[in-house]
Design a protein around this ligand. Structure first.
Ligand SMILES: [Fe+2]
Length: 530
């Protein structure tokens, strides 16, 4: 199941790497004589040279960790036997071995102690890894450390190389010793029609996530840059190969970890990009209905409430977006985390926290509702609380948010930024952090209405006051300022009136004649039969 990249693919890429390695080694040897540097500015030597030297094609990585088991994965260039040595200290007194020679090595360690640090190394033939460590899961409901981050992809001019920022933040993530790491998509710049190019691009990505994966399972949602729909055929195979996820070869799936239910949905299904529909939507409803965890987290690449890609997140169809939001409310989803916008933002809608975390290295996006920062989110999760800390690339804390939230109801606007100009009649989207018991809206200090109406005329600045009462009877208010502009009043001629039918006499005569001939022939045939 976990072998979507075939042996021939690996052989082909290995041959290419060997040729490139030879060229680069010759260049390295001749560099002192020529007094030139063979290492490009701003990055280390090409990854395929490094991997040819270390020989491990992938990993080792720790995956599918429960409170008493873990699966260790690694890939070798040629078929080899497998051995994992492990223990609670670096003596690594225990081992699991397999004499079967394979390229993809998958060894499961069982009967482990709960919430315990285990050290391990792997061995295949004469190859031996360094010693790494991981943590088994805590008991259900007990606290664990979860890192959420996304959008590491390079810009078009840097592809296929990965951003140095991604590599730097990977080190910060490792230092936090998370139990689990979740990525929200867009791992490479694009999946092309060239298999060789794709292997190189994804190898550069997995070389970095496997550094994190030495220490913690890395689980990823699929992003729009990871499928190849914009250039070349739909090819999720590279994404599926990069992550072991829940052990299923699927782009949407769920798992339970320490009593928290983690659901990953695919916002990039072929022909349904930006939608969660059909079989997947039915699965999502069923998954959230049957989930046993006290906490429910949902992850996808595209946000429900984007800050930059407004109208091309999961809000392409706002009715569908509202249906998803309603489903999350009904099923008590605590958190929905996404990427796609290269920034950080949080908005809480009717009790569901929406985080956009797209700060792993892709070019940052600025917008009125988000922070264009390189960052990751470190979360401590238990059955009773969730604590989100947004950590910037300089290790400073950018924001914190704690659940259960204690504070005034948050009232925010999306779609129209404060003081921005919109046409008369455009309706603002006002979101409340919890469902208000009562709410009122007032344009320009006028009468209160229970539903927000569109921007009033005349042209110029207008204020919208919003008042909301929470379940404790506490009122909160917010004021928004918008500039109204006169919409283009030109209206095209009404072309909905059905055209007047004019019958051509020649056509009418032709039709009458045809009918007459058919009738005469019919009567003749009937008489003949008698
Ligand atoms: Fe994206």
């Amino acid at each position: 199941m976990y072998e979507p990249v075939t042996r021939n693919d690996i052989k082909g890429s290995l041959l290419m790497r060997n040729i490139l390695s030879t060229i680069i080694i010759l260049a390295l040897l001749s560099a002192p004589l020529l007094a030139i540097s063979v290492v490009p500015h701003g990055e280390s030597a090409p990854v395929y040279l490094e991997s040819a030297a270390s020989v491990f094609e992938r990993g080792p990585t720790v995956n599918l960790v429960s409170n008493d088991s873990a699966t260790i994965f690694w890939r070798t260039a040629s078929p080899e036997d497998s051995a994992v040595f492990y223990g609670k200290n670096t003596s690594l007194l225990e081992s699991v071995t397999s004499a079967t020679t394979v390229v993809n090595h998958t060894i499961t360690l069982s009967s482990l102690d709960i919430n315990t640090k285990y050290y391990y190394k792997v061995k295949s033939g004469t190859l031996e890894s360094e010693v790494y460590y991981f943590f088994t899961a805590p008991a259900d409901g007990e606290e664990f450390r979860l890192v959420i981050a996304g959008d590491n992809r390079p810009s078009s001019s840097d592809a296929p190389n990965q951003p140095q920022m991604f590599s730097d933040i990977a080190d910060l993530i490792i230092a936090k010793e998370p139990h689990l790491v979740v990525l929200t998509g867009d791992y490479v710049y694009e999946v092309t029609s060239s298999h060789e190019n794709n292997l190189v691009a994804w190898k550069k990505f997995t070389d970095i996530i496997d550094r994190i994966g030495h220490y913690a399972p890395v689980i990823g949602a699929i992003g729009n840059h990871d499928t190849g729909t914009s250039s070349g055929a739909y090819q999720p195979r590279y994404y599926l190969d990069a992550f072991m996820n829940s052990g299923e070869n699927k782009t949407y799936f769920s798992l339970d970890y320490a009593g928290t239910h983690l659901t990953f949905i695919d916002s990039e299904e072929l022909g349904k990009e930006g939608h969660i529909q059909g079989t997947q939507y039915d699965w999502l409803v069923s998954d959230l209905t049957t989930a046993s965890g006290e906490m429910k987290f949902v992850f996808a690449h595209r946000p429900l409430y984007p800050t930059s890609h407004i109208g091309s997140g999961l809000d392409i169809n706002t009715t569908e977006r509202n249906t998803l939001q309603q489903l999350f409310e009904e099923k008590n989803v605590t958190l929905f985390a996404s990427g796609h916008d290269h920034a950080y933002s949080r908005v809480t809608v009717n009790g569901v926290v929406h985080i956009i975390t797209g700060g792993l290295g892709a070019p940052p996006y600025d917008s009125p509702w988000s922070d264009p920062i390189y960052h990751f989110v470190l979360s401590t999760v238990s059955a009773h609380s969730v604590n989100f800390t947004v950590i910037k690339s300089d290790e400073s804390v950018h924001a914190q948010y704690v659940l259960p939230y204690e504070g005034p109801m948050e009232i925010v606007d999306r779609i129209i930024a404060n003081t921005s100009s919109k046409a008369i009649g455009t309706v603002p989207v006002i979101l409340f952090s919890e469902k208000p018991v009562t709410k009122y809206f007032s344009w320009d200090g006028g009468p209160n209405t229970t539903e927000v109406t569109g921007l009033p005329g005349p042209e110029g600045e207008h204020t919208l006051d919003v008042y909301a009462e929470d379940s404790d009877g506490i009122w909160t208010s917010a004021r928004f300022i918008f500039n109204t502009i006169i919409p283009n009043t030109f209206s095209p001629p009404d072309d909905t009136t059905p055209p007047i039918l004019v019958f051509d006499p020649i056509v009418v005569l032709g039709l009458v004649g045809t009918v007459a001939i058919v009738v005469v022939l019919g009567v003749y045939i009937l008489k003949k039969r008698r």
